[in-house]
Ligand binder design. Structure first.
Ligand code: ZN
Ligand code: MN
Length: 505
């Protein structure tokens, strides 16, 4: 048996208009190689960096979303190392005076997925830095190519305390971090595009003769999906435990951490670097950028820009709309979906009001139905037609009208789905579609009775079976009537009517 202790370092690519220290476009990933460059981001000698105010704002906003303190003073430092993707020979980063410190994220894990139900993950710091260029290895050409478009792209690096106990906790945190970055509108935070990159530190604790011992740390690099973060951490934890218990002396004597790379195809890690060289960077203050001061007015300005964050929103949805935790989590998963939901709820309220169906019970049921239809019917239809909720043509008002028609039994669920599909295609209101296609449920019992009688006439065998005591044929007859009515009747009402005719009551 063993425990794992995990900490994460995450790089978030900020979606500013221009780069960190020059006016080059920050959308170089969509441009031909080496076209969004200038002497500053190419690292020519003698040029002067100018700090991007939008990058500072985005970093500070993300810091607030992580419940961090924004210190009065922050500054930039040079982190010295040589690599072909770093022409200056140093990266401008923040070392001992980052823009945000001492935060936390409260996590509520999905049920039955982790041992702990909740966890508070402490954030050590968030600092700003510039990205390096991109190396493209072209073995066929026998060369490596450099694309400097990415050089000096603004990044926020977030460092957590080692507060994760399992690989899945780390995965959930990353997903929450992506959501926060999107709520704050500071990054697309797409892992597949490299806009959210994660390195993970892991050590293993176990009991030896009743005393807890801990293995050296492994730092895992190259994690580019949520799944690989979870898999790599599980793999490396097990590997550390096995190496320790195999009696190997090397791991017990090691005093530094190793860097390992994750191979997603082979499903294993391999050692990339043995020596810990974090102290070899020779950090020193960037002489070309003065320390930045943050005023209380500026902090207040930023606080005013804060949207309601996912954690709060989930709790509020659960309380205000009496929805299950899992549904609230889904509705909050996209900011646009949550907004659509709340607008539709307020429209539904006015519909129920006009229909004089606004009792608390009807409202609760209506909201539950609205949320179910939004999650289980509407969203899949949009995904199918590759439309996002932001760009879809169905308004919250029309969606609420559809739900009102369902609540008041004007249409049933089968017809509702037909109407919804039609709404997406034609942009028409549900009432118009129901009227034009004559989809309203038949409340006229005369028409329903006529059809029931006709069905019984046509199915004499079934009628005989029913009279002989085989009651299960009733559902077959209900099905026949529903088919004839094209779904415009309520199955329960049909069943009652057929029963009455057959038993003569
Ligand atoms: Zn530039
Ligand atoms: Mn970094």
């Amino acid at each position: 048996m063993y425990r794992t202790t995990i900490g994460l370092e995450i790089h978030v690519q900020l979606k500013t208009k221009s780069k960190m220290f020059c006016r080059c476009s920050n959308e170089g990933e969509n441009a031909p190689p080496n076209t969004t460059v200038c002497p500053i981001c190419l690292g020519h000698p003698g040029v002067l960096p100018v700090l991007n105010a939008q990058a500072v704002e985005y970093g500070a906003l993300m810091g607030l979303a992580l419940n961090c303190t924004l210190p009065d003073t922050s500054k930039f430092d040079r982190k010295n190392y040589f690599y072909p993707d770093l022409p200056k020979g140093y990266q401008i980063s923040q070392y001992d005076a980052p823009i945000a410190i001492n935060g936390f994220v409260d996590l509520i894990f999905p049920e039955n997925t982790t041992q702990r139900k909740t966890a508070r993950i402490r954030i050590n710091r968030l600092h700003l830095e510039e990205d390096a260029a991109k190396l493209l290895h072209a073995p066929d050409a026998g060369a490596s190519l450099v694309d400097f478009n990415r050089s000096s792209t603004p990044l926020a690096e977030i460092v957590t305390e080692p507060d994760f106990q399992t690989a899945s906790e780390a995965k959930y945190f990353l997903q929450e971090l992506r959501l926060l970055a999107r709520y704050m509108n500071i990054s697309t935070a797409d892992m597949e595009k490299g806009h959210l990159r994660c390195d993970a530190n892991i050590s293993v604790q176990l009991l030896e003769n009743g005393i807890e011992v801990t293995t050296p740390i492994s730092e895992i690099k190259n994690l580019n999906s949520f799944k690989s973060v979870e898999r790599a951490l599980e793999y490396e934890g097990k590997r550390l435990y096995e190496e320790w218990t195999s009696g190997s002396d090397a791991i017990r004597k090691r005093t530094y951490k190793i860097t390992v790379g994750w191979d997603d195809v082979q499903g294993k890690t391999s050692v990339q670097r043995w020596k810990e060289n974090a102290h070899d960077y020779r950090y020193f203050p960037e002489p070309d950028l003065p320390p930045s001061r943050m005023s209380e007015e500026y902090r207040e300005e930023l606080r005013m820009k804060m949207p309601e964050l996912p954690t709060k929103k989930r709790i509020r949805f659960a309380q205000e709309y009496e929805l299950p935790q899992a549904d609230c989590a889904l509705l909050v998963e996209s900011q646009a979906l949550g907004i659509f939901f709340e607008q539709a709820v307020s429209e539904l309220d006015s519909w129920l009001d006009t229909l004089h169906a606004d009792t608390p019970d009807t409202r609760t049921k209506g909201i539950k139905l609205l949320s179910n239809w939004l999650i289980n019917k509407f969203t899949p239809l949009l995904t199918e037609s590759r439309v996002s909720i932001e760009n879809n043509t169905v308004t919250p008002e029309n969606f609420a009208e559809l739900i009102a028609c369902l609540v008041t039994s004007e249409i049933n669920s089968t017809v509702g789905q037909q109407v919804l599909a039609e709404m997406i295609q034609t942009k028409q209101s549900p009432k118009t579609i129901i009227k034009e296609k004559n989809l309203s449920q038949v409340s006229d019992s005369g028409e329903l009775e006529k059809i029931c009688t006709a069905i019984l006439e046509a199915n004499q065998d079934a009628v005989a079976n029913f009279k002989a005591g085989k009651e299960s044929v009733l559902m077959f007859l209900v099905g026949q009537v529903m088919k004839e009515m094209k779904g415009r009747a309520q199955p329960e009402a049909v069943k009652e009517l057929l029963k009455a005719v057959l038993t003569g009551k």
